[in-house]
Design a binder for this molecule. Structure first.
Ligand SMILES: [Zn+2]
Length: 381
């Protein structure tokens, strides 16, 4: 009987971790003592007090607390970096191995777990990483060109902008209501599959054609269906050609984006057309994709040649994202966030209503967005 107790205590602990209870306890404890120095120590103690009763054994408790403390450390660093992006420069992000049986902790920059070897990055990030050398070459050329024209300071301005940029997508007000109701941002495929927003047949075939060409990498069935498309923005501007310009949803630099996001130089349809990729014998040019960590490189490679001596920070924001008369004329760097289950809205940083909620249905949807956002600590404007 006594021997049976040990695995059961460990099991309870596993269940608490898997169910997110540990993380919730930390999230509860953090604000209580957040203003103090050495707050992680206090969080560990507070969490330990709360945690004291559920597992009921000293061994189980110590095991749980070690994990809790780790979770607290990660949450705390994430918050700190989110609050002050410039602090994040050169800072390592701790992360826990995706293999739950291993759970080793190491720097986010590691692509594979140093303990069990499990690959940590998503397929789109790896795909972009494969073209890193080609991207760096394009970046170096743009930097050199700017030096020749005497506008190196503008390159620095653009790089700083790209590093603190957010990603944004625009959806209709009713769609935003559904996203916050589901706690997930479902992409085109998810919605189509569920019959929430069935697409036009011509849109659908165009989409499938582009995805089959651009998002395959080493997975023959492709990964386009798991991508969520955003645009990179410095000044908070968003594309108005989507969802009637209704609600803009923003995400900012985080360990989630580092692991799940990659960039493409332009809109994927536009890219497909520009390089004649409808012709299967045409090769995709390399160096037009970037990992989230390399976003400054792709911004410079694309926009470096457009920088002039009189370019201002405001101009740079507009160069990066500009709504055209139609979707095909929009100019932006496309950001792909990979998530097989839909984007978790807890990672959303802010939402903004950009038009007027006119119908009762839209007003109801927007009320839902605000209530849910406030509950999750997402800012609303
Ligand atoms: Zn591992």
């Amino acid at each position: 009987m006594i021997l049976l107790a040990i695995p059961f205590f460990v099991l309870v602990d596993e269940l608490m971790n898997a169910g997110g209870l540990s993380r919730r306890i930390v999230n509860f404890a953090l604000p209580l003592i957040e203003h103090r120095h050495g707050r992680l120590g206090y969080v560990a103690i507070t969490a330990a007090v709360i945690m004291g009763s559920p597992p009921g054994s000293a061994v189980g408790r110590h095991r749980s607390i070690a994990r809790l403390w780790l979770a607290a450390m990660i949450i705390s660093v994430e918050r700190h970096v989110r609050a002050q992006p410039e602090v994040g420069k050169g800072l390592s992000y701790p992360m826990q191995c995706l293999n739950s049986a291993c759970a080793a902790v190491f720097d986010m920059a590691e692509e594979e777990c140093p303990v069990c070897g499990r690959y940590q990055g998503k397929i789109n990030v790896r795909h972009a990483g494969d073209q890193r050398v080609a991207l760096k070459r394009r970046y170096d050329q743009a930097v050199q060109g700017a030096q020749t024209r005497g506008v190196s300071d503008k390159i620095a301005l653009l790089e700083q902008g790209a590093m603190r940029a957010e990603i944004v997508c625009t959806v209709g007000i009713t769609a935003a209501g559904n996203i916050f109701r589901n706690k997930k941002y479902l992409n085109y495929y998810h919605r189509d599959f569920q019959g929430v927003a069935p697409s036009q047949p011509q849109d659908r075939s165009r989409r499938h054609m582009v995805d089959a060409r651009l998002f395959t990498a080493d997975r023959p069935e492709g990964y386009g269906q798991f991508l969520h498309c955003f645009a990179l923005t410095i000044d908070g501007e968003a594309l108005t050609t989507y969802g009637g310009g209704g609600v803009a949803i923003y995400m900012a630099d985080s360990s989630y984006l580092r692991r799940n996001a990659s960039l493409l130089e332009m809109n994927s349809f536009h890219f497909f057309r520009t390089f004649g990729l409808g012709n299967l014998t045409a090769d995709e040019p390399e160096g037009y994709r970037a990992r989230w960590a390399d976003r400054a490189w792709i911004a410079v490679a694309k926009l470096g040649p457009a920088l002039r001596a009189n370019t201002t920070a405001t101009d740079i924001g507009r160069l990066l994202l500009k709504t055209g008369a139609t979707r095909d004329q929009d100019e932006f760097i496309e950001v792909h966030v990979y998530d097989e289950r839909g984007l978790p809205i807890k990672d959303v940083k802010r939402v903004q209503l950009r038009t007027v909620a006119a119908t009762p249905e839209e007003q109801e949807a927007w009320r839902h967005v605000t209530t849910e956002a406030l509950r999750l600590g997402i800012s609303v404007s």
